[in-house]
Design a protein around this ligand. Structure first.
Ligand code: HGY
Ligand code: MN
Ligand code: MN
Length: 430
């Protein structure tokens, strides 16, 4: 019987392997519907097959592995995360959760082969494509596609090269016209569990290996396009300028000031584009992104309003046009008590508990999956709290602890399901 220590070591080796599959030499970037994305998805599919799963895939690159324990095709307990990355990424954000799911599946399948009665439900592992939204400005692409909640207008969103999401789906052999049959609807999923690195400092500062998430903050993403007048940098007097980049710079500092003034609010300008982009030309156009988050949606909405009002005033004072394009808004999402309780019970049973209960500052596919199922998240320490950076890391011992807790969580859910006490009767989707 394979041991959890062996499986955890395989998780780390596979994270390294996936971390070497990139669009760019010298840094990790793997956007959805690209060649490297397909290569990584192929690898995940092969590991799922090796674990005993039946593998299916869809038009945006999601990979689903299903182990039919109960054999009745009923609702599955789904474990998953994403396999795409940001630019210049670390190798654990996303893939670690998928690889832990595969390892748990391999362990449970081997245990059943040795005579264990098996689980009273099917077990699925999903690798979502395109969670980060780096391509097509379509965050949570894979989980939205899998739950049938991808807005139609997102199919027309284009990447930096002008390729639309619909076009990329077609280029990859899919049919973007056919409305996707949502793989996950209410009746298909018993619960969704997403193991993930914390991506922040809290578990590490507590000297712990793991944490459990009670809620995920609500992210909002906007694009602000300032338009002024390009002109000669040497001959144009300052009062006569319509400098788009200066207007954008004022908006960036407003966002930072509002976020510093509101407890728990974070605001980030991660992208900027300037045209025409020459040292001796006053910028005629400047576009920035804004990513604003808070655990309380009403606080976030109010802060976004204040920031946009100040940005509009900055534009008006410089005779600039400003177009604000909302890109994404997801409400703050609570995890389900039954799933969190199962994770905590598993942590106690494996000697890791009780786990610190915390909020996730990062967004996750679990937010989207919460529309079809009860969700829970198991956090793994991020040494130094670094993420979305090549020095993002995970410790082998923490990954082993996470695998043991994950397997024990599945067993906790199985015990509750057998007793008919996992979810309140009113929550059981027919
Ligand atoms: O941006 C996020 O919070 C996540 O890493 N996609
Ligand atoms: Mn991320
Ligand atoms: Mn992630």
């Amino acid at each position: 019987m394979v041991t959890t220590a062996e499986l955890a070591a395989t998780v780390m080796a596979r994270a390294d392997r996936l971390g070497s599959i990139s669009e760019d030499a010298g840094r990790l970037v793997r956007r959805p519907l690209t060649g490297p994305a397909r290569d990584a998805e192929d690898l995940v599919a092969s590991w799922l097959t090796e674990a005993g799963a039946t593998v299916t895939r869809d038009a945006v690159g999601n990979v689903f592995g299903r182990l039919e324990h109960a054999g009745d095709g009923g609702p599955a307990l789904v474990i998953g995360s994403h396999v795409d990355t940001v630019r210049d990424a670390g190798k654990y954000d996303g893939p670690l959760g998928v690889l832990l799911g595969i390892a748990a599946m391999a362990y449970l399948a081997a245990r059943e082969d040795e005579g264990d009665p098996g689980l009273p439900f099917a077990l699925e592992v999903v690798a979502f494509a395109g969670e980060e939204g780096v391509r097509f400005a379509a965050p949570f692409l894979g989980s939205r596609f899998a739950t049938g909640t991808l807005p139609d207008e997102w199919l027309a969103r284009a990447d930096d090269e002008g390729i639309t999401l619909a076009g990329a789906i077609c280029d990859a052999g899919g049919n973007s016209d056919a409305p996707p049959r949502a793989r996950y609807r209410g009746a298909d999923v018993l619960a969704y569990i997403e193991p993930h690195i914390e991506q922040g400092p809290i578990v590490d500062l507590a000297g712990a290996a793991l944490g459990v998430v009670e809620a995920i903050v609500g992210p909002e993403r906007l694009r602000l396009a300032f338009t002024g007048q390009a002109n000669h940098a040497g001959t144009t007097p300052m009062p006569a300028r319509r400098d788009a980049l200066a207007g954008a710079a004022e908006a960036i500092l407003v966002a930072e000031r509002v976020a510093r003034d509101v407890p728990g609010l974070v605001a980030t300008v991660g992208e900027i584009a300037v045209a025409p982009g020459a040292a001796n030309v006053i910028p005629g156009a400047a576009t920035i992104t804004m990513d604003i988050r808070h655990a309380d949606d009403s606080v976030r909405v109010s802060a976004v309003g204040s920031i946009l009002e100040a940005a509009r005033q900055a534009a008006a004072s410089r005779d600039l046009d400003l177009v604000v394009t909302p890109e994404m808004e997801v409400a703050a999402t609570p995890c389900h008590g039954a799933v969190t309780a199962a994770i905590q019970a598993a942590a106690r049973r494996t000697g890791m508990g009780p786990l610190r209960v915390m909020t996730s500052g990062a967004g996750h596919d679990a937010m989207v999956m919460s529309s079809v199922a009860p969700i829970g998240m198991l956090f793994v320490r991020s040494p130094g709290g670094i993420s979305h950076h090549p020095s993002e890391s995970a410790l082998g011992g923490d990954v082993l602890a996470a695998l043991r807790v994950l397997i024990a969580t599945v067993d906790e859910v199985a015990t509750k399901v057998r007793a008919g006490s996992f979810l309140a009767r009113s929550e059981v989707v027919a």
